[in-house]
Design a protein around this ligand. Sequence first.
Ligand code: NAD
Length: 510
Amino acid sequence: MPVKTSLESQTRPVSSTEPTTITIAYGDGIGREIMEATLSILEAAGAELKYEEARIGEQVYLEGHTSGISPESWEVLRRNRAFLKGPITTPQGGGYKSLNVTIRKALGQYANVRPCRAYTPYVESNFPDMDLVVVRENEEDLYAGIEHQQTAEVVQCLKLVSRPGCERVIRYAFEYARAYGRRKVTCMTKDNIMKHTDGLFHKVFDEVAREYPDIQSDHYIIDIGSALLAARPSQFDVIVTLNLYGDIISDITAQVAGSVGLGGSANIGDSVSMFEAIHGSAPDIAGKGLANPSGLIHAACMMLTHVGQPRVAERIMNALLRTLEDGIHTADLYNETFTRYRANTKEFTQAVIERLGQAPQKLKPAKLGDGAKPIQVKVKPYTASNKKLVGADVFLDWAVGQRDPNELGHALEQIAGSHLQLKMITNRGVKVYPNGLPETFCTDHWRCRFVSVDSKLNPKGTGMLHTAPVPYGEIVALLQRLADAGLNFIKIENLYEMNGERAYSLGQGE
Ligand code: NAD
């Protein structure tokens, strides 16, 4: 359904471009108030846009659609390149899925982008020079949502990281830096611990960084990186990181900048991208005219740049900054020193519209210009690895007697057969057999590593000196022998060598 904005467009500049159709959804709580405000400003600023509405949110959940979007709205979303979304209320309790996660994953929105800057002194922050962007991988990592309870005591969550997943978001971060005139991209991982998953992200980062010699690059381990973000955020420019770390640091940065209520974010996909404020539906102030529309206005500016209208975005951002500077503040931003007029949502909106064409005088103006072109990312084809099966980690649910690892180890030595040997047993990653320490606490979850009898690690630990490949049939036969012996296996992970390199981690103490 096309949506008309209420405002007359006397201030609207004449333009010859074809309007871009975007999807909008009002959402819940303060959603309608801030969306109407944003659409008025877009129209007054001369954005060449047409709108189609999608139905999402609390009412749709309560109608029985567990992901919060009505079935017919998917078609609307898929038709248009950009989706401007109001905040929604997720009903409490059973069975409701996060709408954002559903949309991101279903539409392949691989990068979450959150610019974060300080607006001091008008919005309080200890870091007036802070102006950074967090680009977060959006589909993988622990957010694949693959979790299992495996034994009475142990649950697991699978961390999935793919090469194309890393490359797309990292390339996006570098392209973003170029398009927006930023000088540095910082990668954050925990690859000192997760050498294969986070290690892949870091490795792909180094590969991609070499293709952008005009942009500086560096890497921090996520813990010290986060600490520096909280203590010296001004030293960062663009940050790219995995999903979970990105989720956490983007909230830290917004908080440190003092701009949670003003921030916008983008979820970027190849065909459909979604733009929204970072705050929620604020049911406590809904319908009272108190809502600050700045977060959604900011998101709309990101969307305008994405659809090729950066000049309009710049105009709106600068009018918004000027409004803040002029001391026209909604209640959430009120402060005795700088607020000259405490505005309701409509008055604030009108103040922004009146300032279109003006620039801030103290705050750094937004400069998007024509350089900020829509960003296209292409992942390079990757040649398949030479992959050899060299063993298996078999996970057992075992809680017999005193849980003595030696008892389990001796039993497994007998069961290993003629092609495989028991290399070690670990409990929560720590080696407990052979030669474990009696102090190590053992749960009922045991990882038992079987490798080819004809194998030897090279002294550097990077691969095998020589390994006889293990036929799949041998692993199946091993599982059968375990079952026959009454041992309860809960899963296996095959062990591979890829291009002659060990493609699995060693146990602690292995
Ligand atoms: P919230 O962000 O909605 O509100 C937190 C506080 O900030 C409240 O006091 C609120 O009044 C205030 N606030 C938020 N936005 C404001 C604005 N634009 N202007 C003035 N004040 C504002 O967070 P919450 O209360 O934890 O969540 C409320 C609902 O929003 C929940 O159902 C939650 O699931 C949902 N939520 C949705 C999204 C989204 O749609 N992307 C994001 C976060 C939370």
